[in-house]
Design a protein around this ligand. Structure first.
Ligand code: AMP
Length: 292
């Protein structure tokens, strides 16, 4: 049974049980036949499973098309190839400000198109100004890889060269890429700090920085790494911060390292309360990995 089939059938059963029995009592038996004799060890899944609530979508009318932006024709072609027809709200509002050279705070979560909102103008700047260099910092390897992927697609054919600095990937390759003087460096705070300490990365001539998911990086305890990284960059730089939430910690970091930033928020209508949750049974370790 595929994961999806399992998910659907379970959800359907759960709903039926709720209607019939209030607490889904039958489901407990089906789900875990030992539950009667081990009541204390069993928490019925329906107590902690929630379905993703649909996001209330406002009708947003984009003020720009990608053609309106003062970006290279090659980037426009690459966006069209990706199937991007119109800018998302964060792109519509942030791209012109970043192209004008402003510092920016984007309050936007995953799914809003925030990656392209910074990648498009940053790549355009790097293409125009060959001496310009950009650093993009993200909390996790996976996000850093996704950003790299998006940048590669948006910058395809521009001749831009980059390095991806993340844990768990080949150090010799990272060192080789850094020796080749990349114009764009994408990485996680810990690995970027490693390279700074080994003196294999010099940020003093990087004039653009993007901190993605600032709130998450703070939650993960990267405040010192982030502070060190920002302190080692060129003082005259453009700083872009993206965060799903804005609290005192986030704003104090941003205030310290930005210059009259423009704030753009697309948060309220874009984020689901929770992701879809479910419980999937497995027989043994191997089955667990397959299910995952
Ligand atoms: P992100 O919030 O950056 O993780 O992007 C979420 C998803 O939206 C990704 O799959 C993007 O490829 C896609 N996306 C971003 N911008 C656009 C756009 N203007 N049109 C269509 N899809 C987009």
């Amino acid at each position: 049974m595929s994961y999806n089939q399992r998910k659907r059938s379970f959800v359907a059963d759960r709903k039926n049980n709720k209607t019939k029995h209030g607490h889904g009592g039958n489901q407990r038996n089906r789900f875990n036949s030992k539950s009667r004799s081990h009541k204390k060890d069993t928490i019925h899944p329906s107590r902690f499973i929630r379905e993703a609530a649909p996001v209330a979508q406002e009708n947003y009318e984009a003020r720009h098309t990608f053609d309106d932006f003062k970006i290279s024709e090659l980037i426009k072609t690459n966006l069209a190839k990706k199937g991007y027809k119109l800018p998302s709200p964060i792109q519509d509002q942030a791209i012109p400000e970043i192209l004008d050279g402003h510092d920016l705070i984007g309050i936007a979560s995953t799914g809003t198109g925030k990656t392209a909102a910074f990648a498009i103008p940053v790549i355009n700047k790097l293409v125009l100004l060959q001496d310009s260099k950009a650093l993009i910092v993200a909390p996790t390897r996976e996000l850093a890889q996704q950003i790299e992927n998006e940048c590669k697609q948006i910058g395809k054919g521009t001749g831009l060269f980059g390095a991806l600095l993340i844990g768990g990937s080949s150090m010799p390759r990272q060192l080789r890429d850094l020796r080749d003087n990349p114009q764009i460096v994408i990485g996680t705070p810990g690995r970027i700090k490693d390279h700074l300490e080994r003196q294999t990365l010099d940020l003093s001539n990087f004039d653009t920085v993007v901190l993605d998911e600032v709130d998450r990086m703070l939650d993960m305890g990267f405040i010192n790494d982030m502070t060190q990284i920002l302190s080692e960059m060129a003082p005259a730089r453009q700083s872009l911060f993206f965060s799903a939430t804005m609290d005192r910690r986030v704003s104090s970091l941003i205030n310290k390292f930005s210059n009259s930033p423009i704030e753009i928020s697309v948060k309220s209508s874009e984020t689901s309360e929770n992701v879809h949750q479910n419980v999937v049974q497995y027989k043994d370790y191997r089955h667990k990995i397959e299910q995952l």
